[in-house]
Ligand binder design. Structure first.
Ligand code: 13P
Ligand code: SF4
Length: 306
């Protein structure tokens, strides 16, 4: 696509956005050009907070299914659009509801924390929701004598258990994008850039996290790099984050811990699909009311604590 048609496309998106009284939210793993047209970009927590408080009638969620579902749970009166309905999350798919129900029968007394990267129906069975930005905080509010089941990311469960000094029963799921990063990959890149600080997402493996100078959500990583005097960073999360990192810090250098850290689902959204969504008001995400009400409790608990 040359620049002119792309410019026209963007103009059309903005004009339809106004007509629809819509806002565009984009996760920082989205393609650069999608991040550039968004009203708000950020991590899962920040975007869910924006979805909850916006006055807009329509939310175009440039992210994946669980994010748009979360927006629908928090704001049922709004029209929630996910420009590509097939944009899912393999991590969320690792906790199918039947298996979760079976596990809960085996562990009837546990407190259940579901990572926001889970389906609405899994959230509806949970006591608390969390994101990578607040998992430790949420765990710290649960009485010490209570056992905790953490669904679905085993790496985030491990990080949270160590930080909060609590025993956590992990669900055996993982994010394929973060779990692909090995200790050997990191050691190789560290040798090339010995001065660089290593910043990683807690969905990375424990042995990778052990080498890090900072472990945090995508927003945490951006804030750390922006506020730290160091000039070089190795980044262990999805490559979309390089766009805001470079934009906010033109005088710093960022190196990927692995070029393989690309979330295919996040890259399914295009400018054409955003325009189509705004024109047709589809694909629309609606969480059935009985599931919505139950999952809202877990999400509200998270929002109150954070
Ligand atoms: P955060 O947005 O919480 O950093 O999580 C990353 C992620 O994997 C979203 O899909
Ligand atoms: Fe899911 Fe991982 Fe992609 Fe996030 S990066 S949407 S957790 S597969």
């Amino acid at each position: 696509m040359d620049n002119q048609p792309k410019e026209n496309l963007i103009k059309e998106i903005f004009s339809w956005k106004e007509k629809r009284e819509a806002i565009i939210l984009a996760h920082v793993y989205q393609p650069d050009e999608i991040q550039d047209i968004a009203d708000f970009t950020g991590d899962s927590l920040f975007l869910s907070q924006q979805a909850a408080k916006t006055q807009a009638k329509v939310i175009v969620f440039c992210g994946v299914q669980f994010m748009a579902e979360t927006a629908s749970i928090l704001s049922p009166e709004k029209i929630i659009l996910l420009p590509e309905i097939k944009a899912g999350c393999p991590l969320s798919d690792m906790a199918p509801i039947e298996k979760v129900k079976k596990k809960l029968k085996e562990l009837p007394k546990v407190a259940i924390i579901s990572y926001v990267n889970s389906s609405a129906v899994v959230k509806s069975l949970s006591d608390y929701c969390c994101t990578s930005a607040n998992a430790v905080q949420i765990v710290q509010t649960i009485p010490a004598e209570k056992d905790i089941l953490f669904i679905p990311d085993k790496n985030l469960a491990d990080f949270t258990a160590r930080k909060a000094k609590r025993n956590i029963i992990p669900w055996q799921g993982y994010c394929p994008v973060h779990n692909i990063l090995t200790k050997e990959d990191v050691i190789k890149v560290k040798k090339l850039h010995p001065q660089a600080l290593l910043l990683v997402h807690p969905e990375c493996r424990p042995e990778v996290c052990n080498l890090a100078d900072y472990i945090g959500s995508t927003r945490g990583i951006i804030e750390f790099a922006s506020n730290n005097p160091a000039k070089e960073y190795i980044i262990g999360t999805e490559l979309g984050i390089f766009h805001p990192l470079k934009k906010n810090n033109p005088n710093k250098q960022f190196f990927p811990a692995s070029e393989k850290m690309i979330c295919k689902d996040m890259k399914l959204i295009t400018l054409e699909k955003v325009l189509h969504s705004l024109k047709k008001l589809e694909p629309r995400i609606i969480v059935p009311e009985n599931i919505r009400k139950k999952s809202l409790k877990a999400l509200n608990r998270m929002i109150e604590i954070t």
